[in-house]
Design a protein. Structure first.
Length: 176
């Protein structure tokens, strides 16, 4: 998973190559780029949709950030807690996708923070808007494994910004 929070990003596949010269401490190694994989590979099974989500979050207007906050309360009323979040964590852990889920969430949080800064604002941690943005990449990490659970997690985002699967996919996701 790429560790950068800047998008677009890609995934480079390297191989280690032994150098011809040996130093007193032993053989030295260098890296040789084998190929650049499409960014969608690094973003998991729903990589193209995840990339579209990240780009969309980067471009949010402030009224859309506020709509994300309101949509969370509409989708999940405050008087009850939806077990979908914990279910998604369990599915991701069982399928060895917890690291992917966490990385996608970090990218989404960073994109939301950059969008808010562009408007001279900031989004508080654990705010309803931030939760809405975090549930979406968690849903994309497990969507192929638990579609109904993913659908539930995507409902706040869908109320505010429409269907994430309909967002335009950026060209950098497939570039090699």
């Amino acid at each position: 998973m790429p560790f950068t929070t800047e998008i677009p990003f890609g995934l480079w596949i390297f191989s280690l190559v032994a150098n011809d010269n040996e130093e007193r401490s032993g053989r030295t190694w260098s890296q040789r780029k084998r190929f650049r994989a499409p960014a969608s590979w690094a973003l998991g099974p729903q990589g193209r949709t995840a990339a579209a989500l990240l780009v969309r979050l980067e471009q949010l207007a402030w009224d859309e950030v506020l709509a994300l906050r309101r949509s969370y309360n509409q989708a999940w009323p405050a008087d009850r807690e939806d077990p979908a979040w914990y279910g998604a964590q369990d599915v991701a852990t069982t399928a060895d996708r917890a690291q992917l889920k966490n990385a996608l969430i970090k990218h989404a949080e960073a994109a939301l923070a950059r969008a808010a800064r562009a408007h001279g604002k900031r989004v508080r941690d654990f705010s309803d808007g931030q939760k809405t943005v975090c549930f979406a990449p968690a849903a994309l990490a497990i969507e192929d494994l638990a579609p109904s659970l993913a659908h539930r997690l995507l409902s706040p985002l869908r109320r505010a910004l429409g269907d994430v699967h309909a967002y335009p996919v950026p060209s950098w996701t497939d570039s090699l």
